[in-house]
Design a binder for this molecule. Structure first.
Ligand code: SAM
Length: 316
């Protein structure tokens, strides 16, 4: 089979296929674990925004196999191929019904680790993308406050945009340690980073609330808020202003995701194409590709959007 240009471009994409990970993102979580020892003592974990599932795979591989019973719950808008020991929920984490379903799994037995690699479909409009990303993070944090055991850890993707100080302040209310980390496998060219929030310690008397009080009300036009709409959140002052440490994870021995490496790292070995471990089973781009192939995108009389074909229908 021919060379894949992506293989050539990205060392972590290639490594993920060689090691059997569903996505290159697996290395981000593994490198964060290497730095922060995230998995130590963890036996109940939640992976929010999990598809295609490489973080769940990492959790499944790293947490299972010991004596202790392990529970891993993975949630995503998209369907995901099954993984050993992982319970899947298909749903939107910003919806109360999904949040309640997740919470039910941990009633009486809270989780000790919640991870969220959630990202919206990027529009290219930075303010919009950052806003939606922040909403995902707040939804994840709200779910976390319902299910995380005191002392537990929350890890989430953030876009380090102009309102990031407000996010840090909100996270610091719930965790004694908040660090912003950039694993080597996350490209420098991307504004993505990860907040690693350790030692969950909610304020005394805090009662988790599904109405999502963490959302910044002043974004909504016409809303009266305790915070004035004129406040520039990055200008928070005094004890309201939180500076969190920024850590470039790992030493220089890990591959640099922005560098181009030779296709075959093992000198003397023939290049061999490796297919993806688990392609997305119902990707949202599938219908757009179908429309474009059949020249239906620009036609006014194009058929209404139909349900996306199931895996069985698509595969020969
Ligand atoms: N960590 C995953 C892995 O390693 O395979 C990759 C996650 S991918 C970068 C981001 C995921 O966020 C997508 O699968 C997308 O469907 C999901 N997502 C975005 N918004 C969501 C929402 N509101 N509720 C649930 N999942 C969401």
């Amino acid at each position: 089979m021919g060379r894949s240009s992506k293989d050539k471009r990205d060392i972590y994409y290639r490594l993920a296929k060689e090691e059997g990970w569903r996505a290159r993102s697996a290395f981000k979580l593994l490198q964060l674990d290497h730095q922060f020892n995230l998995f130590s003592g963890v036996n109940r974990a939640v992976d929010l925004c999990a598809a295609p599932g490489s973080w769940s795979q990492a959790l499944s591989r790293k947490l299972r196999g010991g004596e202790e019973e392990v529970k891993i719950v993975a949630v995503d808008l998209q369907a995901m191929a099954p993984l050993p020991g992982v319970t899947q929920i298909q749903g939107d984490i910003t919806k109360v019904s999904t949040a309640q379903e997740i919470i039910r799994h941990f009633e009486g037995q809270p989780a000790n680790l919640v991870v969220c690699d959630g990202a919206p479909d990027v529009t290219g409009l930075h303010d919009v993308d950052e806003y939606i990303q922040a909403q995902l993070l707040l939804a994840a944090l709200n779910i976390t406050t319902h299910i995380l055991t005191p002392g537990g850890t929350f890890v989430a993707k953030i876009f380090r945009g102009k309102d990031v100080t407000l996010l840090y302040s909100q996270l610091k209310i719930f965790f004694s340690s908040v660090t912003c980390a950039k694993p080597r496998s996350s490209r420098n060219s991307s504004i993505e980073s990860f907040v690693v929030c350790q030692n969950y310690s909610p304020p005394e008397g805090y009662i988790p609330n599904m109405s999502n009080p963490l959302l910044d009300q002043s974004y909504a036009p016409g809303m009266t808020s305790v915070i004035s709409a004129d406040v520039d959140f990055n200008q928070l002052e005094g004890s309201n202003r939180v500076i969190v440490p920024f850590l470039a994870c790992g030493d220089l021995s890990a591959f640099d995701s922005d560098r181009t490496y030779p296709l075959q790292l093992d000198a003397g070995k023939e290049y061999e194409y490796i297919p993806p471990t688990q392609p997305p089973i119902r990707p949202p781009y599938e219908q757009a590709c179908h429309f474009r192939k059949h020249n239906l995108l620009s036609r006014e009389d194009a058929p209404p959007i139909s349900p996306i074909h199931s895996q069985e229908e698509r595969e020969p």
